[in-house]
Design a protein around this ligand. Sequence first.
Ligand SMILES: [Zn+2]
Length: 176
Amino acid sequence: MSFCGKSGERLPWFVRPDSLTANGDHAIVIAPGLVSIEAVRIEHTYELLIVRHELRAAKEGARPRISSRLVFRAWQGQLPLDLVEKDRSVAGKIAPEFFTWAGEPRQLPAQFVEAVHAIVVAVNCRNCGHAHLLVEPKPPLVTVPPVTSSAQMETLQDKRANSAPSTTDSMASAVV
Ligand SMILES: [Zn+2]
């Protein structure tokens, strides 16, 4: 199970806690709205659940509540490939095929196809401890004082070079 943004975009994790077990939390994400992508695999058969979660304001001063809405649910999807070894090259590019009761193929919601591909990789990953869908957060912007450009540096060096003889002159004149 992992999370993406409301439009299927990849979200940065907040922290990645280390865990003693393979099934511990791999990463924690914080956002006002999320979509959970959950998959279960038994050999070549998959179940998939996509749910949108949003914070809804309750009464003033009260904590907002989580509102969840089903986006897609399907089971007995088929992907007769070995994504662990033999067919590893297509891992991350493929999803199981799900069908209606009438046997017609069901389309995955287009904006979540990439997220489903990532979660399919995750359920085929042995002893998984990765964040297959979340991404590394960008480093925080650090405010640094403006860097002196090389041209300015040269000018400064020139000034020092120019001032040096005058110092020598004044010293020399003092000696004299
Ligand atoms: Zn993994």
